[in-house]
Ligand binder design. Structure first.
Ligand SMILES: Cc1cc2nc3c(=O)[nH]c(=O)nc-3n(C[C@H](O)[C@H](O)[C@H](O)COP(=O)(O)OP(=O)(O)OC[C@H]3O[C@@H](n4cnc5c(N)ncnc54)[C@H](O)[C@@H]3O)c2cc1C
Length: 348
């Protein structure tokens, strides 16, 4: 088939890449809007630690995380480029000792089904310090060995290279052409309503603080208290996030309030450290009312894929593969009908 993909974040890029592998003719049109979620994403792949109970979501992200090593290996060997993916491990912080055994059980209960999560262990303060010397030892912690992270921008760029290598076209456009292919797949993230008003996509403004601390190493991801996290990109570069601001605005300027809030957190997580080269990054996280992605066939020649929410980097590669199989009439691992939108749907 001749297929147009509108939007070149992880959703569109992954769908295009996998469709090309199935032998379709693919053209991507991307506007590269400021605030594209994929480029600023923290890229943490560790779905097993989430407390969210939705089974449809969990199956998607569990299988998404399991697919990552194969996906990255194939992509990097095809292109000869690096995606920044690494098995970082994760330090998980808890507010007090009392909750640790319950959290330990909640996570290890998932291990039989998801061996890729690796080992979960209790950390003493010394063990934690050995893994991440600059980090506070104020909170009790666990360590999950199988957690990983990917650089969203690098991954997107490598997918673009792969799309072109496989014979696809990738166009940066200010507005995409009228649909003229056999099939158009619309993956416009936070901007989804511009095209399809009846798809219930909203967005949150997510602000991250980037900074450096002198060091040459890379460190585990930190899942902090509440929804805080810290990622380490190497060469002393870190990001701490994030805010979850519901908004209808597409303004991606950082705010003073968010910077101050994140700065306080950085000082709490890195006591006594000198934080340098401070800057803010802002992304627009697309989501649906039930926080599940939407894979919706609008007509014979139009699909919408959107609402990847807070776990789009985890789910995006697998979702792309599944959608390409579906479009090609092949069997899928996921039941994609679970991701169609019905008016009045609550959390499933
Ligand atoms: C701060 C932050 C941290 C995150 N951390 C994580 C994490 O740790 N782990 C994880 O799994 N997920 C994480 N996520 C979630 C993940 O990044 C998103 O779910 C995912 O990137 C969404 O991808 P997308 O392709 O749907 O949208 P986007 O990446 O926003 O891409 C949409 C693209 O469509 C283009 N577009 C829109 N309209 C048009 C049009 N008419 N024509 C052409 N192009 C158009 C836009 O310009 C944009 O490039 C995070 C998100 C944010 C914001």
């Amino acid at each position: 088939m001749r297929i147009q993909v509108i939007g070149g974040g992880i959703a569109g890029a992954s769908i295009a890449y996998h469709l090309l592998k199935e032998g379709h003719e693919v053209t991507v049109y991307d506007r590269e809007d400021q605030g594209q979620a994929t480029c600023v994403s923290a890229g943490i792949i560790s779905p097993w630690v989430s407390q969210r109970r939705n089974k449809v979501w969990y199956q998607l992200v569990r299988l998404g995380a399991a697919y990552y090593p194969e996906f990255i290996q194939e992509l990097e060997s095809l292109t000869g480029e690096r995606t920044g993916h690494r098995k970082s491990g994760a330090i998980l912080f808890f507010k007090d000792e009392e909750v640790l055994p319950k959290a330990f059980k909640r996570i290890t209960d998932k291990q039989a089904e998801a061996p890729e999560m690796g080992e979960l262990t209790y950390l003493t303060k010394d063990q934690q310090q050995a893994k991440f010397p600059m980090l506070t030892t104020e909170f009790p912690s666990l360590y999950l060995s199988g957690a990983s992270m990917v650089n969203g921008k690098q991954l997107r760029d490598v997918l673009q290279v792969a799309v072109e290598k496989l014979g696809g076209e990738w166009n940066q456009v200010s507005s995409p052409p009228e649909p003229s292919a056999d099939l158009t797949i619309y993956c416009a993230g936070a901007w989804g309503n511009e095209y399809q008003q009846n798809i219930p996509v909203s967005h949150q403004k997510a602000q991250l603080l980037h900074f450096t601390i002198e060091s040459d190493d890379t460190f585990p991801v930190v899942m902090g208290l509440k929804t805080h996290y810290i990622v380490s990109f190497g060469n002393g570069r870190f990001a701490l996030g994030t805010t979850h601001e519901d908004t209808t605005s597409f303004d991606v300027s950082p705010t003073k309030e968010a910077q101050e809030e994140l700065m306080k957190l950085a000082e709490m997580y890195f006591p006594g450290q000198e934080l340098k080269e401070l800057s803010m990054a802002v992304g627009l996280r697309p989501y649906t009312p039930n926080f599940l992605p939407i894979v919706e066939q609008i007509s014979d020649s139009l699909f919408v894929v959107n609402g990847l929410g807070s776990s789009g980097l985890t789910a995006g590669p697998l979702l792309g593969k599944e959608i390409s199989h579906w479009v090609s009439g092949k069997e899928t691992q996921l039941d994609l009908s679970k991701f169609t939108w019905k008016e009045g749907d609550g959390d499933r």
